[in-house]
Design a binder for this molecule. Sequence first.
Ligand SMILES: Cc1cc2nc3c(=O)[nH]c(=O)nc-3n(C[C@H](O)[C@H](O)[C@H](O)COP(=O)(O)OP(=O)(O)OC[C@H]3O[C@@H](n4cnc5c(N)ncnc54)[C@H](O)[C@@H]3O)c2cc1C
Length: 457
Amino acid sequence: MSVDLIQALTDIVGEKGMLTGSDVSQRPDAWMGAATCQAKAIVRPASTEELSAVMKLCHQNDQTVTTHGGVTGLVGGTLSQPSDIVVSLERMRNIIEVDEQNRTLTAEAGVTLQAIQEAAEAAELFYPVDLGARGSATIGGNIATNAGGNRVLRYGMTRDSVLGLEAVLADGTVISSMSKVIKNNTGYDLRQLFVGSEGTLGIVTRAVLRLRAKPQGEATALVAVERFADLSKLLSLAEAGLSGGLSSFEVMWNDFYSLVTSFERHKAPLEASSPFYVILETQGKSNELEQARLEELLGEALEQELISDAILTQSVSERDKVWAIRDDIEALFSLAPLHGFDVSLPIAAMDDYLRKLRKQLLERWPDSACIVFGHLGDGNLHIIIGKIPSEDKKAVERLVYGGLAPLGGSISAEHGIGYEKKPYLCCSRSDAEIALMRTLKQAMDPKKLLNRGKVFD
Ligand SMILES: Cc1cc2nc3c(=O)[nH]c(=O)nc-3n(C[C@H](O)[C@H](O)[C@H](O)COP(=O)(O)OP(=O)(O)OC[C@H]3O[C@@H](n4cnc5c(N)ncnc54)[C@H](O)[C@@H]3O)c2cc1C
């Protein structure tokens, strides 16, 4: 980058908006804390207009650009090269409007997910997307990765909460589709083009988000299930029996439940002798109503022999203890070195896929462990493979991903492709699909300036 370009960019964003030298190399990651950023500069525009001018200049100078939101992504999507400039949305943190009548929230892309949730809550409304990195992850990053999280079963992924969107293209053109309406069938749905595009087609600057009615009560149960086939029957029963109130259906395979509850910090609410455990949660009008509905459902499930045991939590602290089992990722570190996967596949194919995978793993690494849990209702499994040396990472990846292709599964249920999963995109997408992605990229960013080297590039 010539000094003139840095100066010209500084002229646009001001001294406050420009970081160079050790401010770049020593900048800690929001999530991991390590200083890993390599770039000639970090440019921090304060408005869409500034970003548009920045991109216009970069385009004229063939300058590659990597976009940063909260840098909590898990697939290397924010990785930059020393020759890149990074565009960070951290100075675009305004919540522009909470529209109670239309139940929408309009925000700049650098607003954190938590700030969005809190602003909705302050208006007695609810933004349903939720994930562990809520305090750092931004709404722009959530949109770029189509983030999922804990409530997808009921409310869908980020895609389902984006009504309108504004983005700046590689040449600085501003595309503004800031609609507040749910139904808008007027030609191609351009906003959805940017959702999940991982910063390769444009930089999201603002969004109109759909808010929902705030649930006033909830109830939570932990149940034991003896047969895999009963899991989907139980899911159907719960979806029908809870009148659309089912918000979580989290399955823990015995290996996960046994391992986590073997730690002293947990007391197993149910004996660890069943092959599957499910956390069921329903949200609705009041705690009493949800408790009664869930109790009735558990009675029916017991009668139909879909579950063998159950506890219905009676207090917030009991509920938290059940969720603490599901969320205790730290317990898995006892099996290090770990290889973690977040995949999806049709529910009907899961049991066979996992049996085959476990067999293959044990044949090659007899001491290995394969721990499984996930959002079964979304077809999403977290597979944690332990006690296999890090140098065998590629061989493990080939086993996990290779088995998904014939089943129509996805190598990335939530986090995208980024840099890390690029070699395996072909396990989930056909040549024709990848060719169409390339055509779109060529049309929108022919110089390949945005997030070069990511997704399929
Ligand atoms: C503890 C933890 C739990 C997590 N749980 C979940 C989960 O349950 N579900 C889930 O889906 N993810 C989860 N994640 C992953 C991560 O939080 C999400 O991918 C999140 O959406 C990333 O947001 P971000 O602002 O940090 O984006 P970044 O990490 O900064 O960027 C991610 C990608 O989006 C691009 N990008 C960022 N901002 C923009 C923008 N404004 N315009 C265009 N492109 C942009 C980047 O270039 C990059 O390719 C988790 C991460 C952690 C650390």
